[in-house]
Design a protein around this ligand. Structure first.
Ligand SMILES: *Cc1c(COP(=O)(O)O)cnc(C)c1O
Length: 366
């Protein structure tokens, strides 16, 4: 039996009528930019993330870009982040003329290793940007302490972590700003590109509001040079329908993860490590296998959906060659890139499908 890595059609089927109604309503009033559904969604999302403000923007990448700009990041500044993530996390730093400064990860959680951050701080550092990879929060307390000591801002890349918690605190509410993506494969996805910035700080929220509308509060009056980066009303309307389902979808993912963990125990396969303080939302269920090439061939042969997130650490990317990093500099990130593979974890996967994935994986190691 073929098992897809993700099948979005199954998520939309039971809420299709509601979504069609919400989209029709927007097309009826034609307020496509900054329409009333945006405010409705932002209020619901702020409540969900336990933040004072939630502001829709055009994508997760833009959320990061605007958040860093709001922190005053510009040419010559340095932003510390993990060496192992989706490209946007580092790309946005370069876009602002700033320098991404990479730090190695903890090999068990794939998140920024807080013990290695302090050595990367210089007089030019402005922001520390931990990434809550695969749906588990980075170890935030030591990062927040370090930031406080050095007078730095903390921007959470929570693109993969909506609803995730760290010691009872919600992703996006822990640092100065939280950045989310509604790319279709995220746990809360829209019908295209979309993103959001969260914060408890009124001044930072105001700055994000300015930045997303060309730096103006009033039409044709521009206080700063900003961007065109708004969440479409259509996307906000769709997300408002989906948000009440997110907790249930997350619990389905967590149930599937628990089943995999039990089934894979004892195999020479590294299953996700979940810290005792974490509420993991499993945007991905990522395992690590030393014999990955053969494992991938096996999965392909048995039609088990899979993908490598991420095959190349940042310091090996051609575009970052001018930064002068060397092979071997971030051994944990390099090891992760060489061994990880993500398996189907979507909530709508049937028990029979999950049994198939488990049987195929067990047969590989038999
Ligand atoms: C998806 C993602 C982004 C970018 O979000 P887009 O909406 O695709 O621009 C940034 N960081 C991480 C960790 C992501 O997974």
């Amino acid at each position: 039996m073929a098992v897809p890595l993700l099948d979005l059609k199954r998520q939309y089927a039971p809420i299709r009528a509601e979504i069609d109604r919400a989209i029709k309503q927007v097309v009826d009033h034609c307020g496509f930019i900054m329409g009333p559904e945006l405010k409705t969604f932002e209020a619901a999302a702020a409540e969900f993330c336990h933040t004072k403000h939630a502001l829709g923007v055009a994508s997760g990448s833009d959320a990061l870009l605007l958040a860093l700009r709001a922190c005053g990041v510009g040419p010559g500044d340095e932003v510390i982040t993990s060496a192992f993530s989706f490209f946007a996390s580092a790309g946005v730093i370069s876009h602002l003329g700033a320098v991404p400064v990479f730090v190695d990860i903890e090999l068990d959680t794939y998140n920024l290793d807080p013990a290695k951050v302090e050595a990367a701080v210089t007089a030019k550092t402005k922001v520390i940007m931990p990434i809550h990879l695969f749906g588990q929060c980075a170890d935030m307390d030591p990062i927040l302490n370090l930031a406080a000591t050095h007078g730095l801002k903390v921007v959470e890349d929570a693109a993969q972590a909506i609803g995730s918690q760290y010691k009872g605190r919600s992703a996006g509410s822990i640092g100065d700003l939280g950045c989310f993506s509604f790319f279709p494969t995220k746990n809360l996805g829209c019908a295209g590109d979309g993103g959001m910035v969260t914060t408890n700080d009124d001044a930072l929220a105001d700055m994000i509001r300015l930045l997303r509308q060309h730096g103006g509060r009033t039409e044709y009056l521009h206080e700063i040079v900003g961007y065109n980066s708004r969440l479409d009303t259509l996307q906000a309307a769709l997300l408002t329908v989906k948000l009440p389902h997110l907790r249930g979808w997350t619990e389905d993912r967590r149930r599937n993860a628990a089943r995999y963990n039990a089934a894979f125990a004892g195999l020479p396969l590294k299953t996700p490590v979940c810290r005792d303080w974490a509420y993991h939302i499993y945007n991905q269920y990522t395992v690590a296998c030393d014999d990955r090439e053969r494992f991938l061939t096996w999965l392909k042969r048995h039609q088990i959906g899979h993908k490598i997130y991420y095959p190349v650490p940042f310091h090996f990317q051609k575009c970052f060659a001018p930064l002068g990093y060397a092979a071997g500099q971030f051994p944990q990130a390099e090891k992760a890139a060489a061994t990880v593979v993500s398996l189907p974890i979507f909530g709508e996967m049937t028990a029979a499908e999950q049994d198939e994935v488990i049987a195929v994986v067990k047969a590989f190691f038999a």
